[in-house]
Design a protein around this ligand. Structure first.
Ligand code: NDP
Ligand code: HSE
Length: 439
């Protein structure tokens, strides 16, 4: 058998420690698959005293990630520190610059600097591998870059953030608060170091930027993505969704449209009977629509140490087997410039929850503004105020929730109608708008 691939892991947190443990546990099987053993020769983290649940005594310890990149006993640098700048970026640039292969799970870094890093890797003839960066343990990167290379992809969509799906699942099923669910997701190692990236949709957007490039053969363009997170979803929205036959999921969607590639991340109502609605907890699901294969879905754990380590190790295995591909499937300089489809042109159904002053003419005024914007309403739901002193005359003026469900319309029409409704003084607070995917 050939000499071992010498691996250095920078970052020994949730994912890094799992990678080290899995490499030790499955060493023989990995060597058989890769055609040579893998040796963990160097590691790096901040706290040397912390128990990582694995024997690291044979690996050199580096306090500085750059020292690990320069270590002559490392052929493959595994970056599991995280963050789009700082030590992670410096480490990856140094490692590629030194002609070393890099494996990373860092979608923030790739979304922001993926093009430059891909060029550097391709110049040096080394791998920049990132299976774990999108949908955790779900092998969607390989699927798009390799297994589906014979297809023209029309759409990639799905649940790409385990933390958000975990929060929405538990809020709905157990009636827990957003804060309680987020704290549990953090405890379980699902959330980003700064969970704002999860709950405000940025992490999904980072993953979507990567998948869009792989699927459509275009340069990464994270700034083209319309992004909304789940932090404003209330228990009332979850109850209303259930009453209307929907469930709320944070989706990332990239699709070819006549005006370019539409990329969007936002909470979405999906029919309760749909397959997406059955995807619960930390599970991710990605559906790819392509001309030859038709519709293909991949479902599995989207976050967590071992699930993510599974994807990282698949990349290390490729490196050990000398598999070096252009980072995003096509050489970086040949990726097309993406044409952006503006969100204003997005078409679909909408759930709109308004806090309407309960007085004569409010509902009629709102319906009129919708009609003026050429929006057709499928239903209007107004529950009576629940307060003990609710006025049975409907003239109290107190704000009450009113939910509108629209037929398919455009984002531009919705924005125009809501601006007018606000200007008319019918509503007490900004509207809640959730897009509906009916298929
Ligand atoms: P953690 O926060 O659990 O681990 C980060 C590690 O980096 C820690 O070991 C930390 O050291 C080390 N570190 C931080 N700063 C430095 C520094 N300046 N120098 C050296 N070491 C440093 O993160 P995760 O394991 O959760 O995530 C790692 C990467 O994987 C991120 O890019 C994340 O987005 C991605 N990812 C995470 C998934 C998950 O489920 N957690 C899933 C998919 C991708 P110490 O332990 O000593 O503090
Ligand atoms: N914080 C991310 C998530 C980790 O919850 O999906 C996996 O990328």
């Amino acid at each position: 058998m050939r000499e071992p691939l010498r691996v250095g892991i920078a970052g020994l947190g949730t994912v890094g420690a799992s990678v080290a443990r899995l490499m030790a546990r499955n060493a023989d099987g990995l060597a058989m698959r890769a055609g040579r053993p893998m040796a963990l020769t160097a590691v790096c983290a901040r706290d040397r005293g912390r128990d990582r649940g694995v024997d690291l005594s044979r690996a050199a310890w580096h306090a500085d990630p750059l020292a690990l990149a320069r270590d002559p006993n490392v052929d493959c640098v595994v970056e599991l520190i995280g963050g789009e700048e700082g030590p992670a970026r410096a480490l990856v640039e140094a490692a590629l610059g030194a002609g070393k292969h890099v494996v990373t799970a860092n979608k923030a870094l790739l979304a922001r600097h993926g093009m430059a890093l891909a060029r550097l890797a391709e110049e040096r003839g080394v791998a920049l591998a990132f299976e774990a960066s999108a949908a955790g343990g779900v092998p969607v990167v390989k699927a798009l870059r390799e297994a589906l290379s014979g297809n023209r992809v029309a759409r990639v969509s799905g649940i790409l953030n385990g933390t958000c799906n975990y929060i929405l699942t538990r809020m709905e099923a157990e009636g827990l608060s957003f804060a309680e669910c987020l704290a549990d997701a953090q405890r379980l190692g699902y959330a980003e170091a700064d969970p704002t990236f999860d709950v405000e949709g940025f992490d999904t957007a980072h993953k979507l930027a990567i998948l869009t490039s792989l699927a459509f053969g275009v340069a990464l363009d994270p700034d083209a993505i319309y992004v909304e997170g789940i932090s404003k979803i209330t228990p009332l929205d979850l109850r209303m969704a259930a009453e209307l036959g929907y469930r709320i999921k944070l989706l990332g969607v990239a699709e070819r449209t006549p005006t370019g590639i539409e990329q969007r991340v936002h909470p979405t109502m999906v029919p309760r009977t749909s397959s997406l609605a059955q995807v619960m907890g930390v599970t991710n699901a990605v559906t790819i629509d392509a001309d030859a294969v038709g519709e293909l879905s991949l479902i599995g754990p989207g976050a967590g140490g071992d699930a993510t380590a599974s994807a990282v190790i698949a990349d290390i295995c490729d490196v050990a087997a000398d598999v070096v591909r252009p980072t995003f499937g096509i050489p970086a300089d040949r990726l097309a410039a993406p044409e952006r489809a503006p969100m204003q042109r997005h078409e679909g159904g909408y759930y709109i929850r308004l806090s309407v002053f309960d007085r004569p003419g409010s509902a009629a005024g709102i319906a009129t503004r919708m009609a003026q914007a050429d929006i057709s309403l499928e239903s209007i739901i107004q529950h009576r105020a629940r307060t003990a002193d609710a006025d049975p005359s409907g003239r109290s003026g107190a704000p009450v929730p009113v939910v509108l469900i629209t037929y398919a319309t455009t984002e531009a029409a919705i924005r125009e109608a809501l601006a007018r409704i606000d200007a008319d003084g019918h509503v007490a607070e900004p509207p809640q708008v959730i897009r509906i995917e009916r298929e």
